[in-house]
Every structure is written in structure tokens, then in C-alpha cells.
Design a protein around this ligand. Structure first.
Ligand code: 6R9
Length: 660
């Protein structure tokens, strides 16, 4: 990493201490770090017994003798669904709302208590069992953001049937390959869901996915959500509500081994087919519940928590379903998009349901910045007490905007680093302990050991950059890649000896705080200087005219790679840019931005090219698809766009480029 490359982020010196008021009520204090440092395995045993109800207590905390294949809480037996649902009813919290569901069409809401959830998961488990689903059978779930998504997952967990949730935005082809790879016996889907003000069909994709000659699926359960017409395959398709009605009311849950697979979730690797990451029941539940308690600081008797992720991503698995529900928390679940029917929808929900803890993604925050501060300002956000961020590096400007305009300069922000593979939060401030810095995920949470190492696997010095690794096994670690143990070993455990390689680049500041700068595959090499795309993006976004930026390294004959930037302007800058362009001075703004990057990072970081675009190509989970931008920057035919949230974006960008 070049010195120029390091300077931008590491000069961030603002720190934000938790207030005395927050500190006094926080679930976790400094002593947690001390205890974990003193006896890591003992620490995890304590968390395991604190957060999870074991049907049979475990005898051994960790078996790492066959590393990198770990076993946690050996001998322990538990049921994840009982932990997330039944036990709250048993201790008298049945009347507590588990889910405040908000449909996209305004006024359509459902409040589901833990007692009601308990009734529904029992019937759903019986309905699945009636279809022949039992321990070890996989079930694919392809649903919109409706309570049935959580109910379906929990019903599978109740039966010991690993679920494989496929995000509703994936195509029939993607669904087919995931169903096939997991060998799913049953698919749970819906007629459709509401998105951007209209019903959007899901069932046709399932029909198309199952049109392949060979597939393992015997039954399809269909939730009625929109009432739109669906094709029906007799003998295979069943309505969810009919199956539940026909099923027995009560279901006696059985306990499973701590290492029993809880779910599979597919995630894209750098190349090749998606990897089926699978997680084991005990360790996963322990770490998701623990982090919901110490990082999201959930107080189940008073908080209204809202994680805006889709259940189809790991964030939805860990921080909508398993973590918060294992604690017995009350949460909001929202079906639709943030701008339907208006750009203040999120803030209206926060106001109406008095949300106290909000967990969202930097891309959403930057979108809200682009829409303008007057929108959240119209709503009463005073119920909020803690804000979280996840999914990508959050640039300091977005962090500050989040703090000032959403958190009233009062709520701590937890920037949480983790992955599908890690299962739960790994690096984050503890909101009642850490003095947070805008843009840094800070330090590994108690119980986790993270390091930044160089090419040779040696820890870098403070002030330097390298690769992020995890050097000790952790409870919610992936247990492997479904059906491909070799790929697991090669992908994660071969780059550095005895360490898990996360695939991310990171820097260590002078205080030992970690700044995750993005995937190392997004790291560019320009004239022998390594630079992170997100660092340049951060610099661009710090310019008052820029709302969002994406940077790619494009092949360049002289410099190896050249920096190409795509920027979206803030609303008030668009008019000015248009009039400059009309006057033939379009280069003026580009020059201004290039100079700004040079000022922020150094002349070496000046983008070769800056293109002003109306939109950026993103996956449904909000990750910018740099691969497609690279195609544009390198003047290639644009590649596979099937995972784009909005497939028209690429033509908008290329059209704009031809005009420009
Ligand atoms: C939870 C989730 C994982 C990748 C990860 C990293 C990026 C996530 C981050 C972050 C910087 C954070 N990432 N959180 N980068 N700061 N707080 O997003 O899982 O979809 O598997 O993505 O996301 O690059 O490696 P997943």
C-alpha cells in the first residue's frame, strides 16, 4: 500500500465517545474485553449458556483438531426455533410483539406476537413434516419480505431441515442452480410481493426453475400475498394457507446436535459457481444472539429494532431472524423499497413505530444523502438511540451524515464488519464502550481475534495496510462450502498459514483500529502503487457536489491499471453541471473532481476518467457491480447483468457515455 494511498482515511481524527447516558444503560462494558482476553474458550462457554437454551448442555467448547474444520459446543443439543420462539412464550412474553410487519402499500400492517408466531411455526413445521420433510432434508425458500419468510425459516429449523433462502431478486436460472446444488425437496414461495408500488411475481421463476428435466423438488408451497394469477402444477403445488390449516396445531420440537447444519446460503465468489456457505446450529445461534445483545445493544423489553436488510441475505438471517428473536426482541419488518410511495418512507416508519435501533447499509445512507436532508427532517426521529451500518465500508461523510441527520448527533453508530461466511458480527465498536471514528469498524469484538497482515502473513505495523485475517476459530464460522470441503479449505485457509482469509483489504491506524477498505479484488495497482477503489470513492464523495461514486481499475498500457470513476451528482449540483455542459464546459466539473481527489489522497490517485452518470449498477443487496463498470471503462460489451437490481441501469450509463 503506498503512503499516498494510506493518508486519506487515516487522517480521520474525529472520535465520538458514547454519552454517559448511553454508557449507563448499555448491555456491554469494558469487562467483556477483559474476560475474553483472559480465557477465550471459557468466555464463549459463558456466552453460550447465557444466550442459548440447551436441551442437553455441551461437554466441550471447541474441537479444532481437524482445522480448518471446527466443531463448537460438542455434545450440546438444542432447537433453534425453540430458542427463537417457544421459550419467550414459556417465560410469559407471549403477548410481546415479535414482528411489526409493514407492507409496501400504505396502511397494510400486521403485528405478530411471540404467541402467534409460536402457533404459526408449529403449524408450518407440521405442514412441512406432512410433505415428508425431516431432519437433514433441505428446503429452498424464495419469498418476499413477509412474515412467512421468517416463519418458513423457523419451521425448517424446528425440523432440523436446513433452509436455503434464495433472494427474491434472483432469476429462475440462479434459483435452479441453488435448488439443485442444495438438493432441496420442497420450495416455499409466494405468488408475488409488492415492489415499487406494484405486485411483482415470484411463482413464475419457480415454475421456470423447476422446468428443468431433473430436479430434486417434490412439492411447492405457495403463500398467497398479492392475489395475482399463478400457473398451477397439480400434485406438486399447494397453497401455504391450506397446508397450514390442514396441519396439526401443536408440534413437539426435538433437539439437534450443536453441529447440525442450520442453513445454507449461497454467495458469489470471485469466479465460478456460487458457494453454498453452510452454518451449524449451536455456534451460529450463540454468536448472533450475543452480538445482537452487545453490539445492537438490544433491550427486548423496551426496544423496537429495525434491520432493513432482506431476509435473502445473511444480514436478514442473522439480524432479523436468529439474533434478535433468540433474545425475544420486538422488530419491524418492511416489505418494500425506501422510496415507495415517497422518499420519506423509512423515516415515517421510524416515527410511527418509534424505532429505537436502526441497522442499515451505507448505500442506503448515501441514497438518503442524495435525496436531501429536508426529507428525514420532516419526521420525528427522536425515538432512535442507536444506529448500525453493514455491508460495505462506510465513508466518513456518510457516517457523519447518518450521525447528524438521522441520529441527531446523539446516537452512537456501530459500523459492523462481517460476512456471510463469518455468520455474525466480528469487528465493530461496542456502543457503550468504544469512542468510534467515522469510517472505521474499529476493533474485533470480545471473543474474536482479527489481524491485518502483509503478503507474507506477518502482522503489519500501525499506520500500514494489508489483508484482514481472523486467526482464531469463532462459534458462528462457516462449517464449509456445501458439498465441496476442498474449495472451503482452498478459498479461505490456504492464502495464509493458520488464518482465515476474509478477502478484504484493511489498514491499521496508529491506535490499532481496523479500517476495512474493501475486497482485495477491488484493489487497483496503478504504476506499482496499490490503491483501494473505496478509498478514492470516499474522496470523491467528500466533494460537496458528489452523492455517490464507484471506482474501477481499467487496464492501461502504461500504468498497469488506470482509475476510472463513475459519479452521481447531488440534486443541487446537477443543474449547474447541465448548464456548464450546455456551455461546452463539461470538463470543468471533471477537472474540479480530479483535483479534489488529488488533494484528498495525492496526485497518484487522480482518476484518468470521471464519468457523470444518473445511476450506478447495483445488486439487490446494494453492492455496486464494479465488474460491469469495468466493462464500460474498458470499452467491452457489458457482461452478465442478471443479478442487477435494475437491469435498465447499464443502458442509461452507456447511453450517457456515448452522448458525453
Ligand atoms: C454482512 C455482509 C461481506 C463483504 C465483506 C466486506 C463487505 C461488510 C462491512 C464491509 C467494510 C463493513 N463488508 N460489512 N466492509 N465495512 N462494516 O455484508 O455479508 O454479503 O457476505 O459481504 O462485505 O467486503 O467481505 P456479505
Amino acid at each position: 500500500m503506498s503512503n499516498e494511498g494510506l493518508s486519506n482515511l487515516l487522517h480521520e481524527e474525529r472520535t465520538f465517545e458514547p454519552s454517559e447516558e448511553f454508557r449507563a444503560q448499555a448491555n456491554a462494558g469494558q469487562e467483556l474485553f477483559d474476560r475474553a482476553a483472559e480465557d477465550r474458550e471459557g468466555f464463549w462457554a459463558e456466552q453460550a449458556r447465557r444466550y442459548v437454551q440447551w436441551e442437553t448442555d455441551f461437554e466441550q467448547v471447541l474441537d479444532w483438531s481437524e482445522a480448518p474444520f471446527a466443531k463448537w459446543f460438542l455434545g450440546g443439543r438444542l432447537n433453534a426455533c425453540v430458542n427463537a420462539v417457544d421459550r419467550h412464550v414459556e417465560v410469559g412474553h407471549g403477548d410481546r410483539v415479535a414482528i411489526h410487519w409493514v407492507g409496501e402499500p400504505e396502511g397494510e400492517t400486521r403485528d405478530i406476537t411471540y404467541a402467534e408466531l409460536h402457533q404459526m411455526v408449529q403449524r408450518a413445521a407440521n405442514a412441512l413434516a406432512d410433505l415428508g420433510v425431516g431432519e437433514g432434508d433441505t428446503v429452498a425458500i424464495y419469498l418476499p419480505m413477509i412474515p412467512e419468510a421468517a416463519i418458513a425459516m423457523l419451521a425448517c429449523a424446528r425440523l432440523g431441515a436446513p433452509h436455503s433462502v434464495v433472494f427474491g431478486g434472483f432469476s429462475a436460472e440462479a434459483l435452479h442452480s441453488r435448488i439443485d446444488d442444495a438438493g432441496a425437496k420442497v420450495v416455499i414461495t409466494a405468488d408475488g410481493g409488492y415492489r415499487r408500488g406494484k405486485p411483482s411475481a415470484l411463482k413464475p421463476a419457480v415454475d421456470a426453475a423447476l422446468a428443468h428435466d431433473e430436479n430434486p423438488v417434490q412439492k411447492v408451497l405457495v403463500v398467497q400475498r398479492t392475489g395475482q394469477d399463478v400457473d398451477w402444477t397439480n400434485g406438486r403445488d399447494l397453497w401455504w394457507h391450506e397446508a397450514l390449516e390442514a396441519a396439526a396445531e401443536t408440534h413437539e420440537a426435538q433437539a439437534f446436535d450443536a453441529e447440525h447444519p442450520l442453513f445454507i446460503l449461497y454467495t458469489s465468489g470471485t469466479t465460478g459457481k456460487p458457494k453454498g456457505i453452510f452454518h451449524a446450529t449451536g455456534g451460529y445461534l450463540v454468536q448472533t444472539a450475543y452480538t445482537s445483545h452487545v453490539v445492537h445493544d438490544l433491550h427486548p423489553d423496551s426496544d423496537v429494532y429495525w434491520c432493513t436488510a432482506d431476509i435473502g441475505w445473511v444480514t436478514g438471517h442473522s439480524y432479523i431472524v436468529y439474533g434478535p428473536m433468540t433474545l425475544g426482541a420486538t422488530q419491524v419488518m418492511y416489505e418494500g423499497t425506501p422510496d415507495t410511495p415517497h422518499q420519506g418512507r423509512f423515516w415515517e416508519i421510524v416515527q410511527d413505530l418509534k424505532v429505537t435501533v436502526l441497522y442499515t447499509a451505507p448505500t442506503a445512507i448515501r441514497t438518503f444523502m442524495k435525496w436531501g436532508t429536508d426529507i428525514p427532517a420532516k419526521f420525528d426521529l427522536s425515538s432512535l438511540r442507536l444506529l448500525g451500518s453493514v455491508g460495505e465500508p462506510i465513508n466518513p461523510e456518510a457516517w457523519m451524515w447518518y450521525r447528524e441527520h438521522i441520529g441527531a448527533d446523539r446516537c452512537p453508530i456501530v459500523d459492523t464488519w462481517w460476512q456471510t461466511e463469518t455468520g455474525a458480527i466480528m469487528i465493530s465498536p461496542l456502543p457503550g464502550v468504544t469512542a468510534a471514528r467515522p469510517g472505521s469498524a474499529m476493533k474485533a469484538i470480545p471473543g474474536i481475534v482479527a489481524k491485518v497482515v502483509d503478503d507474507m502473513g506477518q502482522e503489519v505495523e500501525k499506520g500500514s495496510g494489508g489483508y484482514l485475517v481472523i486467526t482464531e476459530p469463532w462459534p458462528s464460522m462457516l462449517r464449509g462450502i456445501w458439498g465441496d470441503p476442498k474449495r472451503y479449505q482452498e478459498t479461505y485457509w490456504s492464502r495464509f498459514p493458520d488464518a482465515y482469509f476474509a478477502g478484504d483489504g484493511a489498514k491499521l491506524d496508529e491506535d490499532g483500529n481496523i479500517w476495512v477498505v474493501g475486497r482485495v479484488d477491488d484493489v487497483m495497482n496503478v504504476s506499482g502503487h496499490r490503491m483501494s477503489t473505496s478509498e478514492i470513492e470516499s474522496a470523491l464523495v467528500s466533494h460537496p457536489k458528489v452523492a455517490e461514486a464507484a471506482v474501477v481499475g481499467a487496464a492501461d498500457e502504461t500504468t498497469g491499471q488506470a482509475i476510472c470513476a463513475f459519479v452521481i451528482l447531488r440534486a443541487d449540483a446537477v443543474a449547474e453541471a447541465d448548464s456548464q455542459a450546455a456551455a461546452g464546459e463539461g470538463e470543468k466539473l471533471v477537472q474540479e473532481l480530479r483535483n479534489h481527489v488529488a488533494k484528498e489522497i495525492g496526485p497518484i490517485a487522480k482518476p484518468r476518467q470521471i464519468m457523470v452518470v444518473p445511476e450506478l449498477p447495483k445488486t439487490r443487496s446494494g453492492k455496486i457491480m464494479r465488474r460491469l463498470l469495468k466493462d464500460v471503462a474498458e470499452h467491452r460489451e457489458v457482461g452478465d447483468v442478471t443479478t442487477l437490481a435494475d437491469s435498465s441501469v447499464m443502458s442509461l450509463i452507456s447511453d450517457g457515455m456515448q452522448k458525453g
